[in-house]
Design a protein around this ligand. Structure first.
Ligand code: SF4
Length: 692
């Protein structure tokens, strides 16, 4: 412990100073959370804290984190899921907090933001003018010119930027344009070998992070740091995972592998510049075989490996390996940076193709290539129908169960869209074991969000994180909002169950009546873009309030318009369920069209559900109901954003009140006053509108 830190003020005193300086109000939930975070850090026990909107949870974890950093001399890592929260922390909360605590701590708290390498401009790639990997853009002149304009903007920005951080470029640029100026961590030459290493933006960001007390990062980089055998983040013994309800999905994305004609061609092109053309051509031919096969294969989960696919994957793998061998030793060009850059890029793409093809073959284990086993027999619409289907199937059920129990990864085919060809993906059925070993293993982790206790318990999420009982504590500090007095949860039990064929007419009528009573002011959260568009189209003719639909403009622009005019309504899907923060009268009514279960054809969710069932659990509750509860709670959480807010959450899907699983879902929602009476709700909305 640094000498002058022996008498640091207690967390409570620092929190009071911070809240006073920031002009806020100290809330009991915030104090309770700060104390619990302090205790977790001191006892080195993981902590999950649910803290409702308005608790001031950022300060509640930042204050004990900064105190710990001052005391131990080690950085604390704060990980977020969204850029919006990263910005809020780095641009608003942390500078003000540093000012507030400066006089109470031995030094002014330092903070830094650190992202993955591909988010920073690579000076070497820019200077060396590395060959453009994209070739398929040539077919569409409009895209070529759009990309060309973005490339020009990046070049202009590159002359002035001090951080090289892609997020500085407003409006943003496409991945395709950005790829020409950036490298992944694997493609990077390493600062020692790179001629631009001394002034590398990614290295400078790491240096700043190394000197900081608080390092803000994202879940993806946190996962990479935990899983790779090289350190990406500075030394740390405490991690705070904010927006922790997103952790599993973000980590799953990081470890999802993909294989398509494009990824194979890219590797072949990169290799072709360096090795005998015939060897690279064989990889390209294998890519063409893959394209031909995937073009006619049905999209969705691949439960058993068809012989043709098995052979093609093996062909791709072996052709990639031949290219890797032809490239020779990996450090051959260490004194020739330009060539070393090309070789590194080729190795990275070839390794990716080789390892992913092997991983896909491994996913089918000893049963690979066998005909007929594990055919689909579920996905009937309502996810509850699919419950335990693998475990209960007759004929070959024991084999299928055994395969399910031992299966570790799932492979699926995604349909091609526009210029993106059909793509095979592979992802683990669970990232819990990985998180348990790599993230929770030798650090104290504090996980927090407004939504962690599903069905009133942290168990669902802690299982997904791989935590066992006794290894963590859970705390719900509640919310400062008076939910029963300020909000109504209305379930439209008189409506029919939602069907597969679009939005029922009765739903459109119900939405129209609710919006009329609310005088606009409505956020419509739909479970599909198709439903959002259908509702928008039908209601624009019937209502005389402005109706915006996601996709009409950028989401941030639409939310701004919605927030600025109380009469305006905004309809949309997934990103609105979690991303809208509109306090005040512009948002008085949240309409949810149906319980947001994963789509029955969602390959990962359905495979996970089936796996849980095959291992003796309740697949439906563990996967589909948990997913729905999380999104419902997030969606309902859009309603009350400040102490003065009031309003209604209207769920049109009657199953929320009638189905067997409804108790679990209802217990995941804030404790609003509940009703199923449409007349009462419309009266309440009229009163609210008249009073605002
Ligand atoms: S060290 Fe890596 S990221 Fe940095 S400039 Fe060199 S190659 Fe690019």
């Amino acid at each position: 412990m640094p000498k002058d830190c022996a008498d640091l003020p207690p967390v409570e005193e620092l929190l009071t100073a911070a809240v006073t300086a920031l002009g806020g109000v100290e809330r009991p939930g915030q104090v309770k959370m700060a104390q619990a975070v302090r205790d977790a850090i001191e006892s080195e026990e993981h902590l999950a804290v649910q803290a409702g909107t308005g608790t001031g949870k950022s300060l509640a974890y930042l204050v004990p984190a900064i105190r710990h950093a001052a005391e131990s001399g080690d950085a604390v890592v704060v990980s977020t899921a969204t850029i919006a929260l990263q910005r809020q922390l780095v641009d608003r909360d942390l500078p003000r907090l540093a000012d507030a605590l400066e006089g109470l701590l031995p030094h002014r708290p330092e903070f830094a933001i650190l992202k993955g390498r591909r988010n920073y401009l690579c000076r070497h790639k820019m200077a060396a003018g590395m060959p453009d990997d994209e070739d398929d853009q040539l077919f569409d002149p409009r895209e070529v010119s759009a990309t060309g304009r973005m490339v020009q903007r990046i070049q202009e920005w590159a002359n002035d930027t001090e951080t090289g951080d892609r997020d500085e470029i407003v409006p943003g640029v496409s991945d395709q344009a950005w790829r020409q100026f950036s490298v992944t961590a694997r493609e990077c030459l390493g600062a020692q070998r790179c001629p631009s290493g001394a002034e590398c933006f990614a290295e400078l960001a790491r240096e700043r992070a190394g000197a900081a007390d608080v390092v803000v990062t994202n879940h993806a980089l946190l996962a990479i740091d935990a899983m790779e055998d090289f350190a990406v983040l500075p030394e740390h013994d405490v991690v705070v995972v904010d927006e922790a309800h997103e952790l599993v999905d973000r980590v799953t994305s990081v470890v999802t592998g993909e294989l398509s004609e494009s990824t194979v061609n890219l590797a072949a092109r990169r290799a072709g510049r360096l090795i005998e053309q015939g060897v690279a051509d064989r990889l390209q031919e294998a890519g063409e075989d893959l394209r031909a096969l995937l073009a006619v294969a049905p999209p969705g989960r691949v439960d058993t490996l068809p012989q043709s696919l098995g052979m093609t994957l093996a062909l791709v793998r072996d052709a990639a390996f031949a290219c890797i061998t032809a490239l020779g030793p990996r450090n051959k060009d260490k004194d020739d940076p330009e060539n070393a850059g090309l070789r590194k890029a080729a190795f990275t793409a070839l390794d990716e193709v080789h390892d992913t093809a092997q991983r896909m073959l491994d996913a089918f284990g000893p049963a690979a290539g066998r005909d007929g086993a594990g055919d689909d027999a579920e996905d009937t619409g309502d996810p509850e129908d699919a419950r335990d289907s693998a475990a209960s199937r007759g004929g070959g059920g024991a084999d299928a169960r055994s395969e399910e129990v031992h299966r570790a990864e799932v492979v699926w085919l995604e349909e091609g869209r526009g210029r993106v060809p059909p793509t095979l993906r592979v992802a683990p059925l669970s990232v819990g074991g990985m998180l348990r070993d790599k993230l929770f293993g030798d650090r104290t982790v504090v996980l927090t969000s407004a939504t962690l206790a599903l069905g009133g318990s942290f168990d669902s999420l802690s299982r997904q994180w791989g935590l066992r009982s006794g290894e963590w504590t859970g705390l719900d500090v509640g919310s400062p909002f008076d939910h029963p007095r300020r909000g109504i949860l209305y379930v439209a039990t008189h409506l029919p169950q939602p069907g597969r064929d679009g939005l029922p007419e009765a739903y459109v009528d119900e939405i129209a009546e609710l919006i009329e009573a609310a005088g606009g002011r409505t956020l419509g959260l739909f479970s599909s873009m198709r439903a959002a568009k259908a509702a928008t189209e039908a209601l624009r003719e019937r209502l005389d309030v402005p109706l915006l639909c996601q996709g009409d403009d950028s989401t941030s622009q639409l939310v701004k318009q919605f927030a600025g005019d109380p009469a305006t309504c905004l309809f949309g899907t997934l990103s609105l369920w979690q991303g809208v923060d509109v306090p005040g009268p512009s948002l008085t009514l949240v309409i949810i069209d149906r319980i947001p279960f994963p789509r029955p054809d969602d390959p990962l969710a359905s495979a996970r559900q089936r796996h849980v069932a095959a291992t003796g659990g309740n697949g439906f509750m563990a996967v589909a109901a948990t997913h729905a509860a999380l999104l419902l709670a997030q969606g309902a959480g859009r309603l009350l954003r400040s102490m003065d807010d009031r309003g209604v959450v209207a769920v049109l899907d009657p199953r929320l009140a009638t189905a067997r699983y409804s108790g679990f879902l209802l217990n995941s929602l804030p404790p609003f006053w509940r009703t199923t009476d449409p007349a009462k709700v419309r009266d309440a909305l009229r009163r609210l509108t008249a009073g605002s």
